[in-house]
Design a binder for this molecule. Structure first.
Ligand SMILES: [Zn+2]
Length: 135
């Protein structure tokens, strides 16, 4: 029967609910979900700025992980965990800042296409972060 034969190839490629659900469960899907959560947190925080919705900010999880990594490395070298303080010459060059004394910075500027992933995150002391942001 002609109709049956024509229909066959379509059927083979038809949408498979099990496959779809496997895709959703892949670890790759996680950052997306995390970002969505971040957006919610921002909205709940009362911010409606469009740029924030585009995930301009780093996730808390990313910040904490970056902070821990940077601080550990800095302590090992006896330097400040703010990379800009560490290369300075004042009293702060060996200062270890607390997490709440620092803020996340885009290594590659957000305005130039840098994204908000752990790879593009560095923690700076608040003073240096502001100085950089105002440039
Ligand atoms: Zn600094």
């Amino acid at each position: 029967m002609k109709w049956g034969r024509l229909h066959e190839p379509c059927h083979a490629k038809s949408y498979n609910p099990q496959k779809m659900s496997d895709d959703v469960q892949k670890p790759d899907a996680d950052p997306y979900v995390t970002n969505r959560m971040g957006i919610f947190e921002y909205l709940l925080g009362g911010s409606v700025e469009k740029k924030l919705l585009a995930v301009r900010v780093f996730d808390e999880k990313v910040k904490r992980a970056t902070y821990a990594k940077q601080t550990q490395a800095a302590k090992g070298k006896g330097k400040s965990n703010c990379p800009l303080c560490a290369v300075g010459h004042d009293a702060n060059k060996a200062r270890i800042y607390d997490l709440d004394e620092m803020d996340a910075d885009h290594v590659s500027a957000w305005s130039k296409g840098g994204d908000s992933t752990a790879k593009n995150c560095q923690m700076l002391c608040i003073t240096h972060n502001r100085a950089k942001g105002n440039r």
